[in-house]
Design a protein around this ligand. Sequence first.
Ligand code: ADP
Ligand code: ZN
Length: 602
Amino acid sequence: MPGTATQILNRVFGYTDFRGQQADIIEHVLSGSDALVLMPTGGGKSLCYQVPAMVADGMAIVVSPLIALMRDQVQALHQLGVNAAFLNSSLTSYDQARVIAQAQAGDLDMLYVAPERLLSPDTLDALSACEINLIAIDEAHCVSSWGHDFRQDYLELHRLREYFPGVPRLALTATADPRTRKDIIARLELTQPKAFVSGFDRPNICYSVQPKTDPRSQLLTFLGEHTQQAGIVYCLSRKSVDATAEWLRSKGFRALPYHAGLDTAVRTANQDRFLREDGLIMVATIAFGMGIDKPDVRFVVHMDLPKSIEAYYQETGRAGRDGEPAEAWMVYGLQDVVRLSRMAEESQGSEEHKRIERSKLDALLGWCEVTTCRRAHLLEYFGETDSARCGNCDICLIPPITYDATVAAQKALSCVYRTGQRFGAGHVIDVLRGQRRDKVVNNHHDQLSTFGIGEDVSDAQWRSIFRQLVVRGFLWVDHDRYGGLRLSERSRAVLRGEASVHLRQETLSATKKSAAAKKKAPEALRPADIPLFEELKALRKQLADSANLPPYVVFHDSTLLAMVDQRPLTCDQFLLLPGVGEAKLEKYGDDFMDLLAAYAER
Ligand code: ADP
Ligand code: ZN
């Protein structure tokens, strides 16, 4: 490793050590070879090309699909005193010409560019006169139609090999399965690339899943533990996004809606506020998130089940990019199970495709109901098998209690049978609980031997039992017959008394504390330090606003937390803070040290 790489890490980025495989990747690229880098979100992919771009003579080209993200990255680099620029359709032709002139004069270390722009004859022509030291291809999975973000423009990127012969190419992605990896290497025509694959784990994210009993009050309790924090609340439909955002505002939260049905101007404004203001909640459909690089998202909530474990992992991955503690919190109920299984059934495409959809759904549902470490199961799904108990998921923090539910299961299954295997859980539960509703009486279900045999069990508990019976394969939902529940082969042994059923005992109170809140966070501020932290945040916001930047581009929370801890009063001390390099010391050092000094006097 050339000393200069570490010096740049230190002086420019303000960090002392490379993380994980960063140093190896940088060394590999500087030796002139191609590579594929697979690193989870927040793992630190950007440094893998930013550092070599600055170490070697010339300029790096960074291919990125997302225009908004380009601007953010370039802004952040300017804050670090790095000469970077971007080229895309959002620039006027005057500005584009200016950027090209800068590149040709050798004034840039990095040029961010969208794929279609890079491959246009004009751009290629203009760049052929420049010294290019590296081509980084970000979000490289977009080249694969197997992945979920396929982009036609990426398919042409293999041409870069001819245009820039001998320039090392670095493909980066957080999306991982082996097939996508192969696609990336083949379609970009990387030359004998070395693959750097990091683990998938996001250790700072605490995962929890709760049964959906009273979703709004459950959400309220959860948010009560996260006041003043930025987070995303995912809902399935546009309607529920609007309603939930409205309702949260009525409860005093600062919440904004985001979905594809909103006016583009409103959507952009809301996204902008989410990035720039501290502690906003974005209530959104999954239309929101792609290309959101906000490092301090403290929680991601799912009010409805996502489509698959892959989708869940990608959506929750937007939390805690800065490495500070974050939460992925989800509620789910029988309704979600029914809805998603119907969607899998009705999805367009071949039988094979449907089979894949069903098995993805089964994997997700199975994961919701696990009784051992949730993280270990997630990682296993992505092929990492030997994970130990994590100590940072709901199951590790509050181990679930299972109980022998054979008798309740027999009652439930026989009631499904007696009512003709034509009804959903709601009706069957009414019969079990002896509710003389119209539908029950009209079908003469009050005459059945199973009428009222489950009176002693609450509606919510029955729902939990039915959900688990479906997920565990004792019942299945017949979508050809209006979603009626039907017995499976497995359930016959239970009805005959030959097999027992063990289910999870759920604490069905909406006021249950979230798993992460139960965990004593050693990273948390001491109460006495909160006022100082708030003052530092206010100063950061003020400086960010006057420079028209999001606050996290000035400093990450982790830098402010280190300030609280170390109280630096000299430039040398200030430089020791993580995330403080020479440019940031010069830009912001005095303001923050003045505040710290004034605080110490009080
Ligand atoms: P990715 O693109 O892989 O999602 P980023 O490159 O945005 O991740 O990095 C995630 C966070 O980690 C950023 O806040 C970055 O400043 C920080 N980071 C990256 N490398 C290091 C390092 N060597 N030391 C400390 N922090 C780092
Ligand atoms: Zn765990």
